[in-house]
Design a protein around this ligand. Sequence first.
Ligand code: FES
Ligand SMILES: [Fe+2]
Length: 358
Amino acid sequence: MPASHSQLAANQLPSPFPEGWYFVATRADIPRGGLFRKVWMGEDIIVWCDDQGTVCVAESHCPHLGSDLGPEAGGSVRDGRLVCPFHGYQFDAVGQCVATPYADPPRTAHLQVFPTQEINGLIFAWYGIDGRTPQWELHPDRPTREGWSSPSIRTIRFPGHPQETTENSVDLAHFRYVHGYGSFQRAGRIQVDGARLVSSFDFRTVRKVFGFSAFTMDLSAITQIFGLGYSFVEIREHFIGVDLRLWVLATPVDGTLIDLTLVSQVREIRNPGRRIVGLGFLPVGWRAPIFNKFMAAQQMGDVLQDVAIWSRKQYRSRPRLCRSDGEIMPFRAYCAQFYPEAGDRSGAPSAGSHRTVP
Ligand code: FES
Ligand SMILES: [Fe+2]
């Protein structure tokens, strides 16, 4: 029997674009004077950087007569300003038109700019429903770079929704069933504090090193979720004594596809366990990068197992859960804040701002 309208509506998430901070690019992707355009959160945006290193994420069409500002149309960055290819209006990094080639710049010529912040070389921009200004902070206790390997960064694109991918962290049953983790145990209940959700668990997994030697990893993980675009996982491997960290960044593209970016790092390894083949013989400076490559490949393998499910699944607003399913419904209650109702939507359209934590 075909599903009724009310059944279909009940099985849809409120929006493909929940409010929050979403990954745009790495700092390395945007050199000074660099410029590119992309589709992000259903918006055509341009991303560019002025001479001071300030990154600007803005709408991609000019407020004068609507030219595309991207490089394909001839848009460029000159002397630290974004220059429109059509009549030469120039914009600063907060989106204000500061010069034209033939008259005073109109004060009302202003690009819509998305506020940005930077964490560990990753640039995020705020997507506010109806142009709301940022309602919460992304990760106030910032991870620093010191003592960590250079990041391994990979992005995959598939049909999906950031709430569905983020729900993975609280979906206990799937860890065993999809990923084969053993001895899976929650280390306390999830904690919600405004836009932050913390979930902790311990588990065991058997991995092969370079295809031949299997070893068992005993892991503890703490996941901090800040909205549906940003999950930060800190992992301690107890047997070898390695600290890992992983960002899982889900970014809606066009309402159907999402980009999932994985960023992983390993802390410098001083005393590797002997069962890691060859790791103890490597110079200290090589261990973390090599182990990071290994772990990044493992993480991507895990995510591809999830993608096979995510890209084909339907949302169930009233899932028929069993006792061991974990905290799916408290997680969904937490998610509701990222779909503000019309009555909650106060806040002026965003003005540009950028925070940097190297
Ligand atoms: S359309 Fe951009 S300067 Fe005219
Ligand atoms: Fe998973």
